[in-house]
Design a protein around this ligand. Sequence first.
Ligand code: PLP
Length: 297
Amino acid sequence: MFDAIAQEIPLQRIYLYGRELWVKRLDLVHPQISGNKFYKLKYNFLAAQAEGYQQVLTFGGAYSNHITATAYTAQLFGWKSIGIIRGQELANCALNPTLNLAQHMGMQFEFVSRERYRQKNEAEFLQQLQQTYPHTYIIPEGGSNRLAIQGCQEILTADDLHQFDVICCAVGTGGTIAGLIEASLPHQKILGFSALKGDFLTQEVQQLTSKKNWQITDEFCCGGYAKTTPELLTFIRAFEKEHAIPLEQIYTGKMLFGLSSMIQRGEFNAGERILLIHTGGLQGRHIDLPDLNQTAE
Ligand SMILES: *Cc1c(COP(=O)(O)O)cnc(C)c1O
């Protein structure tokens, strides 16, 4: 199923402050199951299918790319999907575009308080959900589990492993970078740009891999998850105009903003060949950014 619907993934060369970089356009892997989510869901759905499930349940915030990707994949399989959404107050509001899209693809929502949502990995909460929604395959928040890491190892091809020294990606829950780290060769360095504030992600990724050739920085998180600064938005607009590669402000925009600062500070050696993973997520792009069609002349 997944291999049959995957589009070819271009490697696009760009220059940032005179530095050559290659962008791996995972955003083009599939029009709805965008970017890294395609790889994270692949083995989860295949395992669920092999075990005879026809219903999936997962967790996410109101702007979660994982929620829409799961809803779409479930629809492709002809399954039901349930989204446990953070924020009880949302139950009484009009749905935002992300949730609207997911609902359109048949996802049923349960809105829970932030406090309840925090228990999303606890056995007691999961057991209750299994009772409320019997015969349901549960995927954790952001889809990050062993099967997701297995899928994300497939992001890097043999050519990528031989051609690049530094591989950059945006980090949310850490599943994607864990897959890249597991696939990487010892001489390669995997550099993660966190979309969230704090160093807890480094500890979480340490639980997922025993390798040491990686690093995650939160220096460019712009204050925290889904927060933006005028500098970030200005950077994204200018980047999109110059390179014709769409970004969004939660993940890929921050990665490129950070990388651009690091290049300006001279943090990479001259000969190092750099690969950026464009993890997609463009369904969430509408917030605070102009319509791309209007900015592209
Ligand atoms: C979900 C997402 C990420 C984060 O992936 P993790 O595996 O949770 O670290 C990065 N970029 C985009 C565009 C995403 O949608």
